[in-house]
Design a protein around this ligand. Structure first.
Ligand code: SAJ
Length: 430
């Protein structure tokens, strides 16, 4: 089928690269965002998020003359919904952005159109939530227009490569809808395109991120067991992973981001009676920041009045996203425990409030009783302990990512504690 004009709703981490990828392949694309500030920023040729290569791709899309950004959708051959689906404080799925994006398409829906939902959604959302909204147009999904679910699967930091190369699953409300989705994404996707039904595709996306969350929870529980039994968990994981069928993930200060720490709740909410493992894994990962706090207490005793220089605030390394960041949770817990926390992050947006944000590492660690590494940004991994040592008040460093070189930090006069390396094991890893 011919799909030449496209409306992409939501100009965020997924919608913007998706719209730009189609535009640079010759489709006429209108990118839509309800946030006027985002529309203005993009129209001025700037981008509001950091992702390697994205600015150049967006500029190429504008230069091609095929990309426009607007506040409202308009008639098109296909519509792609890429809006957020957060969880509410009670862990229920908030589908309000999906609902309003679908409603905004209704006046523009025409015979033969294709509508694709990309947002991560609870099973049944495409068929039971989006479909009835679109059918308010008087058209019927199936005979009159095509409707499909196709989850984004890209890793922040590698979006541009993965959006093209990853395999893509497209689930239609009928077979023709799925094929229409393949015609559309085939424009730029080089990975395999697998067709299925909409609810299976929704389930696939949730299973992927739940698989990751449960496996990280297992690594984090191993870390606690390692502490109990005096085992360096990094060494134990390295050795276990030499088994041909074992691949244990990395423990750490917790799981963040708007995906892995959120999506499993969609399954728990939809079927709480049969998802206890998934819920428990979420709780293990959500408790990691409190576990980090205990490590600090073990080293510093009462944290009231202690000065902590906390390095890293984003949810993972070398990206600018702080959503659900475990580092922010650690900082918050430290503040509640009475510590004076200064923070530094070379990536986090300037408007992130986290105790006292400083402009450089030196100011952050000045007078610190403990230098705390929370996120393994490249620049922080390479931090020179010799520069830090004269600035701190106590030479204690705590590495929650196991990336600082023990010999180097100790040579600079620091006592280095690593999350996952019990004190009794530190001598062995020297
Ligand atoms: N993390 C660990 N240990 C690990 C791996 C990750 O503690 O071994 C932590 C990270 O530090 C971070 C969190 O988990 O706080 C999530 O990071 P991530 O790199 O696992 O994943 P995301 O959220 O950046 O992207 C995920 C990806 N899903 C999978 O790998 C199954 C990506 O492919 C999805 O497209 C994305 O979620 C999404 O949008 O759903």
């Amino acid at each position: 089928m011919s799909l030449n004009r496209l409306c992409v709703l939501g100009m965020g981490y997924i919608g913007l690269p998706t719209a730009s990828s189609f535009a640079t392949r010759g489709l006429k694309v209108v990118g839509v965002d309800v946030n006027e500030r985002i529309v203005e920023t993009l129209r001025m040729g700037h981008i509001h998020i950091q992702e390697p290569g994205l600015e150049a791709l967006v500029q190429a899309a504008f230069h091609s003359g095929n990309l426009q950004v607007k506040a409202q959708p308009e008639t098109a051959d296909a519509f792609i919904i890429c809006v957020p689906t957060p969880v509410r404080p009670d862990k229920s799925a908030d589908l309000s952005y999906v609902v309003s994006a679908a409603a905004s398409i209704v006046p523009h829906l025409r015979l033969g159109n294709l509508v694709v939902l990309e947002s991560t959604s609870p099973p049944g959302t495409t068929a039971e939530v989006v479909r009835p909204i679109l059918e308010r147009s008087g058209l019927h999904a199936g005979p009159d227009f095509h409707l499909a679910y196709s989850p984004e699967r890209v890793l922040p930091g590698q979006i541009l490569k993965e959006i093209v190369e990853n395999a893509r699953v497209i689930g239609g409300i009928d077979a023709v809808s799925a094929q229409a989705g393949r015609d559309l994404y085939g424009t730029f996707v080089q990975g395999e395109i697998a067709l299925t039904d909409a609810t299976t595709a929704e389930m696939v996306k949730l299973m992927e991120n739940t698989f990751r969350d449960v496996n990280i929870a297992l690594a984090n529980e191993f870390l606690r067991l390692g502490d109990r039994f005096g085992v360096d968990i990094w060494e134990a994981i390295r050795l276990a992973n030499r088994h041909p069928r074992v691949r244990i993930l990395q423990p750490g200060p917790g799981v963040g981001g708007h995906c892995v720490s959120v999506d499993p709740w969609f399954l728990v909410e939809a079927a709480p009676d049969i998802s206890s493992l998934i819920r428990q894994a979420r709780m293990v990962n959500d408790n990691q920041p409190a576990y980090v706090l205990e490590l600090l207490r073990a080293e510093l005793g009462d944290l009231t009045g202690a000065t902590i220089g906390a390095l890293g605030l984003t949810y993972k390394a070398d990206i600018d996203d702080v959503r659900e960041s475990p580092a922010l949770r650690v900082v918050d817990l430290l503040g509640k425990a009475g510590a004076r926390v200064r923070t530094y992050d070379p990536w986090a947006p300037a408007d992130v409030l986290a105790a006292v944000r400083t402009r450089d590492v030196e100011t952050c660690v000045q007078g610190a009783d403990c230098v705390l590494l929370l996120v393994a940004h490249e620049t922080l991994k390479r931090l020179d302990p010799g520069l830090v040592r004269p600035l701190v008040s106590q030479p204690l460093a705590i590495d929650c990512q196991h990336v600082w070189d023990r010999a180097r930090w100790e040579a600079a006069g620091f006592s280095l504690r690593s999350l996952g390396v019990p004190k009794s094991q530190e001598a062995n890893v020297r």
